[in-house]
Design a protein around this ligand. Structure first.
Ligand SMILES: Cc1cc2nc3c(=O)[nH]c(=O)nc-3n(C[C@H](O)[C@H](O)[C@H](O)COP(=O)(O)O)c2cc1C
Length: 279
C-alpha cells in the first residue's frame, strides 16, 4: 500500500493543481507565455489526418430533429448506460458533434474559433474522435471530426470496434454497446501557447462544458449518454492515432439509442449495491 505520507503529498499536489491563481505563486511574476513572446499561434483546429476520399459531409438541418423543452431536458438528464441495438442517424451524430464542438464563427481572421461551448480564452484545445458502432450511413470504425468542414474523416474501418472501446474505457463493458463513443483529446499547445503552465486546469474545465453539451443534446433527442473519465492512455493513443504527449485523450462519452421504459430495471441494477449494502 502507498505510504500515508506519500498519499498526502500527492493529494496536496492534486489540490494545488485545482486552485486558481494564488498570491504566493512562485512562477507568476516570471512566467511568459509563448503568446506574449510573440511566437506564432498554432492552428485553431488539427488539419485533416486523411485525404478527401475519407471524408463524409455531415447534414446540418437540425431544425428537423424533434426536441423537448429545456425544463424537462434538465429534469430528465441522467447518465444512461444501457443502449439498444438501434442505430442513431447521421443527422443525430452530426448534432451531437456540433452541439459539443461545432464552430459558429470566428474572432478575427484566425485568432479564435467561436463554438457551441465556452472555452478559456476561446482556445478550444480539444479534438474530437468517434468510435462508430451503429450510425446510419457511416461504416463502423474510428473517425476524426473536422468542425471547420462539418465533416468526419474515417481513420480506420473496424468491423466491430466494441472490444477496443471497452479496453480504452478501463474495461467498462456497457460502453461497448453504445452507438458511438466520443473521445476528446487535448491538443495541448493550443492552450499552452496562451496559458503555458496554467493551461491544464482551464482545459479540464473546458472538457466539462463539451461533455455536458453532448449529454444535453443526446437527452434532447431521446438518446442516452454517460461521461467517462476512466480512460486508458496508451490504448486511446493507439486507437485515435495520437502521440500521447502533444495530444492525449482526456475525456470520453459513449452515447446511443435507449429504451428507458424497458431498461429502467437494468439501469437501476447498476447501483443495486447501494440498496443491498444499505448505503
Ligand atoms: C468526470 C466524470 C467522469 C465519470 N466517469 C464515469 C465512468 O468512468 N464510468 C461510469 O459508469 N460513470 C462515470 N461517470 C458518471 C457518474 O457516475 C454519474 O454522473 C453519477 O453517478 C451521477 O449520476 P447521474 O449522471 O445519472 O446524475 C462520470 C461522470 C463524470 C462527470
Amino acid at each position: 500500500m502507498l505510504p500515508k505520507d506519500v498519499q498526502q503529498q500527492l493529494i496536496a499536489q492534486g489540490r494545488d493543481f485545482m486552485k486558481g491563481y494564488r498570491e504566493n505563486d512562485p512562477y507568476m511574476e516570471d512566467f511568459q507565455s509563448d503568446q506574449t513572446l510573440r511566437l506564432p499561434q498554432p492552428p485553431l483546429c488539427k488539419a485533416p489526418m486523411r485525404g478527401e476520399a475519407a471524408r463524409t459531409a455531415l447534414p446540418m438541418h437540425f431544425g428537423e430533429l424533434p426536441m423537448g423543452d429545456f425544463l424537462s431536458l434538465i429534469q430528465k438528464r441522467k447518465s444512461r448506460r444501457i443502449y439498444t441495438d438501434e442505430p442513431i442517424t447521421l443527422l443525430q451524430l452530426s448534432f451531437l458533434l456540433w452541439a459539443s464542438q461545432g464552430i459558429k464563427g470566428r474572432r478575427g481572421k484566425a485568432y479564435a474559433t467561436l463554438r457551441t461551448v465556452p472555452s478559456g480564452g476561446a482556445r478550444h484545445e480539444y479534438e474530437t474522435y468517434i468510435a462508430v458502432r451503429k450510425v446510419e450511413g457511416l461504416a463502423p470504425g474510428i473517425y476524426h471530426y473536422l468542425p471547420e468542414l462539418n465533416a468526419v474523416e474515417l481513420l480506420r474501418a473496424a468491423e466491430d470496434p466494441a472490444p477496443e472501446i471497452v479496453e480504452s474505457l478501463s474495461g467498462q463493458k456497457w460502453a461497448g454497446k453504445a452507438s458511438a463513443v466520443f473521445y476528446w483529446a487535448m491538443d495541448a499547445y493550443r492552450a499552452e501557447w496562451r496559458y503555458g503552465i496554467y493551461a491544464h486546469r482551464v482545459a479540464l474545465i473546458d472538457a466539462g462544458h463539451i461533455g455536458q453539451n453532448l449529454t444535453l443534446a443526446a437527452e434532447a433527442m431521446g438518446l442516452g449518454s454517460c461521461a467517462v473519465a476512466a480512460i486508458e492512455h496508451e490504448v486511446c493513443c493507439r486507437m485515435l492515432e495520437i502521440d500521447g504527449e502533444k495530444e492525449f485523450a482526456v475525456y470520453a462519452m459513449p452515447a446511443g439509442t435507449v429504451d428507458p421504459e424497458k431498461d429502467a430495471a437494468a439501469e437501476q441494477d447498476i447501483y443495486r449495491f447501494v440498496r443491498e449494502q444499505n448505503l
